[in-house]
Design a protein around this ligand. Structure first.
Ligand code: ADP
Length: 625
């Protein structure tokens, strides 16, 4: 994903920025408004004391009312500081409360509404990583949109304020007869305006050239390495045991150091690091020098006009401050236009992500809520390839489930069992063939409705660091008696009785010091209770017991079988012994269903099942002896 930055035409950049702003406006308008107010006030506030300082110095030099001006200056300075502080507090509060939650909401809403296959697609994951890297690396992306808009508004205010304070510099003439009266000549005015325009343009150009080194710098790979070594590998507690037992610390630190030395990292050897010591640093410095040279020229011009008697000496401060502000405001504005264009290029990743289409067909039929649970599912010549691969994970699968029956799906690792379940639960749609529910293609049903028919415990199921009861019910509000009953059926009753806060006990310690760390076996029981609580007509257990030994797995499966009552249960395992109690066993081999029948028949028939059974039986026989 090492895509480099393109420089966009202004119109296109503005359109993307507008879209970014409208996303912010819809998600967190308060952040936009407070950010704009902050930059506007910051730009204008310094002009207030500047104006009164000039008045005070003029009063001292020219015999005006010094005390009045002094009090006015103090009041203006206090008012400016007070307003600034209040607006900063408001903006900080708005940003803390809304900026990150809004950013997350924008992306999580998209993730949560995306087809599962979209989330599973490595391309989309890489896109999201790219967006996060750019944000962490130098704030590019959606956040920059709102910052640039606020800064541009601030610059505009600075320019307008400066113009208001400096108009009289050009309109007040040096009295005729003064040797400096030539300063009134229109050419002098034109010269100052030209100097202003030239220095602003040159300083902004130099600053943008310096910024261009960032545009051309693709630090994604280095940043990914940096994040991995410092934030993942060294920090995650489930890696700590490996790091210690394999003494990986030196290895990791070396790898991290190497990453820092790489061309694409943040380190001093990266292209941007080298540029900072060389041309990029020089360009930034030159930009500053040009701005200051203009301020020098302004000092000369205003100083001479004051000397010629056009205005009091105090006004020199005002004009110099205002024109310096004008130059800064204009060059900032130009820089912000540059940043806006650079950022619009990076926004492409954000919009590519937000625009990922949901390609799965969304039907409108409702599944019949049958109390007799008479649902019939049929796989009709189903074949499937994962997106981006050209090998078939499933090939020509035909199968019908007995309603209320017990189906076992067995086969070696990689034979397609989990893929079969993912298709059954419509996490993916078949590449060829169709899956029917009560004779109708499952694509024609409403997606939520169809999914509600299944309770699945996947191999890598995850519980949340939330109260036990909420984990079981998958909801904050739930029926406590039912949650307890399900936990008890799943074999968790004794442990539940020991927990000081019962169903309210938080799992894990991410959020609560008093949270409990449940073992793998206990987590499984909670996951099974979750299945029972959901009370869906189809229950699928996809080897959630893989960490157990074969006999313990067989015991869990058989026991679970007793409590699922009239539901249709599908058990997946690569251990044949776990599923021998099932009415129907489908044997998968390299994506195909190669045999189907009950245990007794299959074990007598020469074929894959018999071969696997004999290979695995040696182990059980040894155990039994
Ligand atoms: P099983 O559950 O029997 O162990 P799977 O259904 O997980 O097997 O895998 C079947 C085949 O599909 C394997 O070759 C596996 O490598 C491939 N596969 C599984 N998941 C993905 C995926 N997300 N992307 C690409 N290929 C996959």
């Amino acid at each position: 994903m090492a895509e480099k930055q393109e420089r966009l035409p202004f119109r296109e950049a503005a359109a993307r920025t507008r879209r970014g702003l409208s996303i912010w406006w819809k998600t967190a308008p308060e952040v936009l408004v407070s950010g704009w107010a902050r930059e506007g006030v910051d730009a204008l506030a310094p002009y207030l004391p500047l104006y009164f300082t000039a008045g005070l110095v003029n009063a001292i030099a020219g015999g005006g009312d010094v005390w009045l001006m002094l009090w006015a200056l103090l009041a203006a300075a206090a008012a400016a500081a007070g307003i600034q502080a209040a607006v900063h507090c408001w903006d900080d509060a708005m940003r803390n409360a809304h900026q990150w939650p809004a950013w997350s909401r924008i992306f999580f809403d998209k993730l949560l509404s995306m087809d599962f296959c979209g989330i599973d697609d490595p391309k989309n994951q890489a896109l999201l990583t790219q967006i996060e890297q750019l944000r962490n690396w130098s704030g590019w992306g959606l956040n920059r949109v709102y910052r640039v808009s606020a800064e541009a508004l601030g610059s505009l205010c600075r320019v307008l304020g400066a113009l208001a304070l400096s108009v009289s510099l050009f309109t007040l003439p040096v009295p005729a007869g003064s040797p400096l009266a030539w300063l009134n000549h229109p050419l002098c005015l034109a010269g100052m305006a030209g100097l202003l325009a030239g220095s602003v343009a040159l300083s902004a150009k130099l600053a943008n050239e310096a910024q261009g080194y960032w545009d051309r710098y693709d630090g994604t790979a280095g940043n990914r390495g940096f994040s991995f070594f410092y934030f993942i590998a060294m920090r995650e507690r489930h890696r700590a045991a490996d790091i210690r037992t394999y003494a990986q610390d030196d290895f990791l630190e070396d790898a991290a150091r190497q990453d820092m030395k790489s061309e694409t990292s943040f380190g001093p050897n990266s292209s941007v690091g080298r540029a900072g010591r060389g041309p990029m640093g020089l360009l930034s410095a030159a930009s500053g020098v040009v701005s200051q040279a203009f301020v020098g020229a302004v000092y000369l011009f205003t100083g001479l006009k004051a000397l010629g008697g056009a205005f009091g000496v105090g006004s020199v401060t005002q004009y110099v401050g205002a024109l310096a502000g004008l130059a800064r405001g204009l060059s900032d504005l130009l820089e912000q236009v540059g940043a806006l264009r650079t950022n619009a290029g990076f926004l492409k990743f954000t919009f590519d992500f937000l625009d990922i289409p949901n390609s799965m067909y969304q039907g409108s039929l409702t599944t019949e809520k049958r109390t007799d649970r008479k649902y019939e599912i049929e796989f009709r010549d189903v074949s499937f390839r994962y997106p981006g691969t050209d090998t078939w994970a499933l090939r020509h699968v035909n199968m019908k489930f007995d309603v209320g029956g017990r189906l076992a799906v067995v086969g070696e690792n990689g034979s397609g069992k989990t893929t079969f379940i993912k298709l059954l639960c419509r996490l993916y749609d078949p590449t060829e063939g169709e899956i029917l529910l009560n004779g109708i293609d499952i694509r024609k049903y409403r997606y939520d409705d169809y999914l509600a028919l299944f309770s699945v415990v996947f191999q890598d199921f995850k519980l949340l660091a939330q109260p036990l009861g909420s984990n079981v019910a998958a909801a904050e509000e739930y029926d406590r008696a039912r949650a307890e009953e399900c936990l008890s059926k799943a074999g968790f009753a004794d442990r539940l009785a020991e927990l000081p806060r019962g169903l309210d006990t938080c799992l894990y310690r991410e959020f609560e010091d008093g949270g409990v760390e449940v073992s793998g076996g206990e987590a499984q029981k909670i996951a099974l209770a979750r299945v029972l609580y959901q009370d869906a007509p189809f229950i699928v257990l996809d080897e959630p017991t893989a960490a157990l030994d074969p006999e313990a797995e067989a015991e869990v499966y058989t026991k679970f079988n007793d409590i699922v009552e009239d539901k249709t249960a599908i058990y997946i395992s690569h251990r044949l012994s776990s599923c021998r109690f099932c009415d129907e066993i489908a044997v998968f081999d390299r994506g195909r269903v190669v045999q189907q029948g009950n245990h007794d028949a299959l074990v007598e028939t020469p074929g894959k099942y018999q071969a696997l059974w004999e290979a695995q039986a040696q182990y059980y026989q040894k155990n039994e002896e």
